[in-house]
Design a protein around this ligand. Structure first.
Ligand code: GDP
Ligand code: MG
Length: 738
């Protein structure tokens, strides 16, 4: 105790008037959030909108839960635990049972005098659309890494996604309490892997027996989890040990900040204020990623993480780039990120709530909304909407708001037309439209059936809601077989929907094995001239057209259709483009949707002068027929989605898994590389396998790998492209075996 008191006194002297921000205040409020009494720019400056991303099991949910607990915004005494299934953020029963986070929920709470919007995005690879849309609404990401496992396959995926979304980030090395935690190596791994400057801003404190006790702040040189400090921690040796980490921090900051560099070279003092302000700037410009450490499960380092969020991450008004939008008449518009501009918000999610009905979730990017009498303008649908309530949410509880402001993540009740991706505003004359959200392709489908008509009605209603919430989900009724086919991004995506249907509706569902969404394309090229001559009622319709079909370089790309020639009228051109698209829509082998095809229609050479006589109906029919014939002559093929797969497993399973992946008929994968990772876990060497595998070959992989490796392997996969299926698969598809 004495030593720790001495240490406090010591740091007190060295305090350079550091203001202990949010954490002391927040720690005191426990149970009652401080009302956010600021307005205008002061209020926007005190907002942080961030998300947490991680490889599965790194501790994303536990960290979120610990943050909510520490903020005092949960109306219960104990912190929720994933293992007990009582966390606030994973509120769907299916999520609690599986211990994974499926729906991205946003939580709003106050941290000191800051208002925080924590967007929880799913960690699972199958829900990439959820991740994508969560990234769209946040201003920054906290990437959580397991202190033992280090950089894992999914860490790389989320890192790349955050790069693409140009988001500043903090890195939290979690599970510092575990045996084998290896902070320094993990930090090196991060720097090497992602090519970033990632200095530690905290130094971990350990007791004599190696127990993780908390952190020493390398900026203020303060012990942060001070109360727990046992007497044996000696200040002097702590300062000595932490010195090299602090030097590394100062050097990293000096690298990106000339002011700090000159202070450093002149050996002048670099105060905590200067240091933290430089880190804040460099972090926002993505030149530096501050690294923090924690044991979220033990509630250690969590308050310090939140102080880091408030101290280092940018507010909504500090975005480097203004947001770009298009007006209804196609002009470009730049939207300032501040509270004074035009009110602009984008819908990123639609959910259904038992009490409130349809909820549309938004992120406000600019302006202020404070008059409930005004109608909202949906710029995409060009329709007025009259919301009945504006809400902030904490998992599945909501509080009504009187004002919505730049930066807020909020929900509205009572909207009829607004869907995911739509922009809302108050200004129907400018009608700004922000870029929509890219919905990933459906790669996989299952047929789904119930036992009775009444169960079927329940299921239909349930699925209609899920379809409205999740644009990456599709439902098709096959007239021929009477089947309902549900398609989505992947096996787990579909499984999670079916599980939720089972648990919410208490139904027996019959779900088929997942099937891959094959596509058709062509491998060659061909020209076809089609003569069209038909008597329709009293009219005789004729046309003569030439269609050229060839393969696009990228077999996964959408078809490109083109109408050539200056002699067509506008209506004729439209009819021709329609005809081409209709003709190409379905492949010639099995009628799958097509892609990767370029098709050009024109008048046959020398016949241009006849063109003006052709009726549009004749052109449409002729063009469609010509496209089908040309496609049939251009070596039609079936293509399948290929996945880039990264697997981390203990060495002992390497051979077996590689053999499985490369199995010529079952999985058909190509292993590109496999190499030991630098780290060991429980004295086991892990290897990383990189492979390209058809999605068909990855069906059932999650459970297969889990049972082989006894849960000790992890993997990530993403769509790499499309390839022609081998002849055996083509033949079995044609015979209807697959
Ligand atoms: P997520 O998949 O990233 O959301 O990870 P979870 O929060 O669900 O955590 C995965 C597992 O790691 C759970 O069993 C947690 O109890 C455990 N866990 C999370 N944080 C810590 C930590 O700080 N220390 C230890 N020892 N275990 C942790
Ligand atoms: Mg989770």
């Amino acid at each position: 105790m004495l030593a720790s008191r001495l240490l406090w006194r010591y740091t007190e002297r060295r305090r350079w008037s550091f203001i202990a921000r949010g954490f002391t205040e927040a720690a005191n409020i426990n149970g009652s959030a401080v009302p956010n009494s600021y307005s205008g720019i002061e209020s926007v400056k005190r907002k942080r909108v961030f998300g947490i991303a991680a490889h599965i099991d790194a501790g994303k949910t536990t960290t979120s839960e610990a943050i909510l607990h520490a903020s005092g915004s949960l109306r219960r005494a104990r912190m929720g635990r994933v293992d007990r299934g009582d966390t606030a953020l994973d509120f769907l029963p299916a999520e609690r049972e599986r211990g994974i986070t499926i729906q991205s929920a946003a939580a709003t709470f106050d941290w000191g005098d800051h208002r925080i919007f924590l967007v929880d995005s799913p960690g699972h690879l199958d829900f990439t659309f959820e991740v994508e849309r969560a990234l769209r609404v946040m201003d920054a990401v906290v990437v959580v890494i397991d202190a033992v496992a280090g950089v894992q396959p999914q860490t790389e995926t989320v890192w790349r996604q955050a790069d693409r979304a140009e988001l500043p980030r903090l890195l939290l090395v979690n599970k510092m309490d575990r045996d084998g935690a290896r902070l320094d190596e993990v930090v090196e791994e991060i720097q090497a892997h992602f090519g970033v400057r990632a200095p530690l801003v905290q130094y971990p404190l350990h007791g004599d027996d190696g127990t993780f006790l908390g952190v020493f702040d390398l900026i203020t040189l303060e012990v942060r989890s001070g109360e727990l400090l046992p007497p044996e921690i000696c200040l002097k040796s702590l300062m000595v040990r932490a010195q090299s980490s602090r030097d590394a921090l100062v050097e990293a900051v000096a690298d990106v900040d000339d002011n700090v560099m000159s202070l450093f070279l002149e050996e002048k003092p670099i105060t905590p204020e200067i240091l933290s302000e430089s880190i804040r700037k460099a972090c926002a410009q993505r030149k530096l990623v501050p690294v923090l450490c924690a044991a979220a499960l033990k509630d250690l380092g969590v308050r310090e993480l939140m102080d880091g969020v408030v101290g280092f991450l940018p507010s909504p008004s500090e975005k480097e780039e203004p947001l770009r939008a298009q007006t209804a008449d196609g002009r470009q518009l730049e939207i300032e990120n501040n509270h004074e501009g035009m009110f602009v918000a984008q819908a990123f999610k639609v959910t259904h709530d038992g009490h409130r009905g349809r909820l549309v979730h938004f992120r406000a990017f600019s302006g202020t909304l404070d008059n409930k009498k005004l109608a909202i303008w949906n710029c995409n649908k060009q329709k007025k909407e009259r919301p009945s309530k504006w809400l902030h949410m904490l998992a599945d509880t909501f509080t009504e708001q009187e004002r919505i402001e730049c930066g807020d993540v909020f929900a509205m009740v009572g909207l009829r037309y607004t869907e995911t991706g739509d922009t809302i505003s108050l200004d129907s004359s400018k009608s700004p439209i922000l870029d929509g959200m890219q919905v990933p392709q459906a790669l996989c489908s299952v047929s789904i059936e119930t036992d009775s008509p009444s169960a079927q009605r329940d299921l239909d209603e349930f699925l209609a809601k899920r379809l409205a919430e999740d644009p990456s989900l599709r439902l098709v009724h096959d007239e021929n077989t009477g089947e309902s086919l549900l398609s989505g991004v992947g096996e787990l995506h579909l499984e999670s929907i079916c599980d939720r249907a089972r648990s919410e509706l208490k139904l027996d569902l019959h779900v088929s094995q997942p099937r891959v969404a094959y596509r058709e394309s062509v491998r060659g090229e061909s020209d076809h001239v089609e003569d069209y001559d038909a008597q329709i009622g009293m009219a005789r319709l004729t046309a003569r057209l030439r269609v050229r079909v060839e393969q696009l370089k990228e077999p996964g790309a959408a078809n490109i259709v083109q109408v050539k020639g200056e002699h067509w009228s506008r209506a004729q051109k439209e009819a021709l483009a329609d005809g081409l698209e209709a003709g190409l829509a379905r492949g010639r082998i099995l009628g799958y949707r097509t892609q990767g095809i370029s098709a050009v229609v024109s008048a046959p050479p020398g016949e241009e002068e006849h063109c003006s006589q052709y009726a549009e109906a004749a052109l449409r029919a002729c063009c469609s027929k010509a496209a089908r014939e040309a496609m049939a002559a251009a070596e039609p093929i079936i293509v399948e989605p290929m996945m880039k797969v990264v697997i981390d497993v203990p060495e002992e399973y390497q051979r077996e898994l590689m053999n499985m992946l490369a199995h010529p008929t079952e999985r058909r994968g190509r292993v590109q590389s496999s190499a030991p990772l630098d780290w060991r876990n429980d004295a086991t060497t892990y290897v990383r396998i990189n492979a390209t595998v058809p999605l068909q070959g990855m069906i059932g992989w999650t459970s297969k790998m889990r049972s082989i490796t006894k849960g000790r392997g992890t993997f990530s996969m993403e769509l790499d492209g499309y390839e022609q299926v081998p002849t055996v698969i083509r033949d079995s598809l044609v015979k209807g075996i697959h």
